[in-house]
Ligand binder design. Structure first.
Ligand code: GTP
Ligand code: MG
Length: 593
């Protein structure tokens, strides 16, 4: 048997260190969170020394987005997915598979079935495995002979293996519920620790990221049959560092490899072009390509269910569920700007460890209160929320992260990138970005975030991360967040006044809750839930029936009751024009800065 299980990528990649970065608060939590995440998508952070209790130096190595993508894609191309029997001997399973070649890494998880992801050291192991794989015998149904890298493992002689069969050690691929999270973070002793625990609990695991890249690679196997130089890449929260376990898988079918071959060799007497079908626009071409892939998924590919072709959207897509992985997938094509904004968010998340932690916290808080939703509508999206956190961090007295224009000024010729006439240039080498002098803790930042947006002049001003300054709104949408690359667009155009008001009202309430005594540190009196846990509880603004029923069932603690009472009685400070009429005087007054 040749079985060589490598050092996990997480550890291997954290052995090389880069520049020194300042961080504050629960550094050890951030460190372990970030190291774990590095195997997946985020920056690696290694603590070096602690110069004071409030400020520590950490040494960090960060891979560029492109490096990480290439590494992961290559890893996925050497991997297979197997559905396994409920009980099987792990040892004999690995022994059997290793006859096709060395195994670098493997893990088990449970989705619809118990599944295994197996990464071979060499790509040719997969061809050998495929050669030795048989078609299933269908007695009553006919099968479509579609061969892929998804296999079903059958036990040939169940009696022989009866003694050694066991439940496989499955790793969870979903996030714990908000109630479990509240319980977990209530046991922490500081608000900073709560925030770090939330981040560690919800961030994508190494295995989950591997699975995401593998699903993209499986789709690429299909698309490549028609478009030989294409690739399928993940984008959005699967790879920008802000993904929560269970988030959707956004994929981008990149056909540019095909266009790249269009170089004219003018020194030759002739040149030969492919004879191609012409369609009226690039959009029509994208729609045709997605129609074809959508049909393939629907008709031939096992485990791809609920395929919807949403071709008239601003960005046409194919949406489906991938049962073996459990992912809800969105496949787009010709969506290079979204890929670039993913890279930008990855960079921002890598600059300072507080960025990811704050984004995770704000996203979780927003989801807990129904500010965001998985259903499309007039809600604020996670993408818009992330932009709001970035803007807020740019606006600190000592900015924690640079503006997009500053990142552009640091770019060199290699970073230059124009997409459809939009300048998407920014520096990609993180070592060129100076470390912020800001030493605020995560707890302080969370409180300030709520105060900042509780008072923001949404009615008149637009959020602009390119300039790092609010600017006069160019249009009447309730919430205006300038698209960083297509600057005439508003990424939050979908948000209506009611949803914006809910956000502002809840932000004010959040600021007020954190100002209360005992809300940033666990009290010896043992008030629970406190701090972040209290922020995640249903609020006065959660007026939906579900929240009402839940409150009735649970019964509020005395502290929460009095807190709600205070909220009702306190008066709005009226700073925010956009919300002053509709909040019915329920908002708490804010500490003046
Ligand atoms: P979750 O899926 O909610 O975890 O976050 P996400 O960041 O993946 O958001 P989503 O799936 O909605 O979108 C995927 C990516 O598309 C985002 O990360 C952005 O890069 C991009 N995107 C989403 N919405 C917009 C938008 O309104 N404007 C622009 N320019 N890009 C967007
Ligand atoms: Mg997404």
């Amino acid at each position: 048997m040749r079985l060589s299980i490598s050092v996990p990528a997480v550890m291997a990649t954290s052995l090389r260190f880069g520049r020194i970065v300042r961080a504050t608060g629960c550094v050890s939590f951030l460190r372990s969170a970030s190291v774990r995440n590095h195997g997946s998508v985020g920056p690696a952070v290694q603590r070096e020394s602690t110069s004071s209790s409030s400020q520590s130096e950490i040494n960090r190595e960060i891979k560029s987005f492109a490096e990480l993508q290439n590494e992961r894609q290559e890893q996925a191309e050497r991997s297979v997915l197997l559905t396994c029997p409920q009980k099987v001997s792990e040892k004999s399973l690995l022994k059997y598979l290793s006859k096709y070649g060395d195994i670098n890494n493997y893990f088990f998880y449970e989705s619809f079935d118990v599944c295994a992801v197996v990464e071979f050291s060499q790509k040719n192991s997969i061809a050998m495995l495929q050669d030795g794989t048989v078609m299933p015998a269908g007695k009553h149904e006919s099968c479509i002979p579609f061969k892929s890298r998804v296999f079903t493992l059958k036990i040939n002689n169940p009696d022989d293996q009866a003694n050694t069969r066991q439940s496989l050690p499955c790793l969870k691929q979903s996030a714990i519920s908000i109630n479990e999270l509240v319980e977990r973070i209530s046991a922490e002793t500081t608000l900073d620790e709560q925030i770090c625990t939330l981040t560690k609990t919800y961030e994508l695991t190494e295995e989950n990221v591997r699975l995401r890249f593998l699903v993209c690679s499986l789709l690429q196997d299909i698309a490549i049959q028609y478009f030989p130089n294409c690739s399928v890449k993940p984008f959005g929260s699967s790879v920008n560092g802000f993904g929560k376990l269970g988030c959707d898988l956004d994929m981008f079918l990149d056909l540019d490899g095909i266009k790249e071959q269009n170089s004219n060799k003018t020194s030759e007497p002739f040149s030969v072009e492919y004879h191609l079908k012409r369609v009226p626009s690039e959009r029509a071409a994208t729609q045709n390509v997605l129609t074809l892939i959508g049909e393939c998924l629907d008709r031939f590919v096992p485990g791809c269910v609920g395929v919807q072709k949403i071709l008239n959207a601003r960005c046409p897509l194919v949406r489906f569920s991938h049962q073996p992985s459990g992912f809800q997938c969105d496949l787009t094509a010709n969506n290079r700007i979204a890929m670039k904004s993913t890279e930008m968010l990855y960079l921002y998340g890598s600059i300072d460890v507080r960025v990811r932690a704050l984004v995770f916290t704000v996203r979780t808080w927003a989801r807990a209160h129904g500010i965001t939703s998985s259903i499309p509508g007039a809600w604020i999206t996670n993408f818009s929320l992330t932009m709001m956190v970035i803007f807020f961090l740019q606006k600190r007295r000592h900015a924690i992260i640079p503006t997009l224009d500053q990142l552009k000024a640091l770019a060199d010729a290699k970073d230059k990138h124009i997409i459809d006439g939009n300048d998407c240039t920014f520096v990609r080498d993180i070592n060129k970005i100076s470390v912020s002098e800001n030493t605020e803790t995560l707890g302080q930042l969370l409180q300030e975030f709520f105060e900042f947006y509780g008072n923001f002049a949404f009615q008149k001003m637009s959020i602009n991360i390119r300039k790092g300054k609010e600017q006069t709104k160019p249009e009447v949408s309730p919430l205006h967040i300038q698209n960083p690359f297509e600057q005439t667009l508003n990424v939050s155009k979908n948000v209506n006044q009611t949803q914006l008001e809910r956000f502002v009202s809840l932000a004010r309430e959040g600021a007020w809750i954190l100002q209360q005594e005992g809300m940033t540190k666990a009290s010896v009196l043992g008030y629970r839930p406190w701090g972040l846990a209290a922020l995640l509880l249903p609020s006065t603004s959660d007026t939906g029936n579900k929240a009402k029923k839940r409150r009735r069932r649970e019964g509020a603690s005395e502290r929460i009751k009095s807190l709600l009472e205070s909220l009702k009685n306190s008066k709005s400070d009226g700073k925010n024009d956009a919300t002053s009429e509709s909040s019915g005087g329920k908002r708490p007054s804010l500490r003046t800065k």
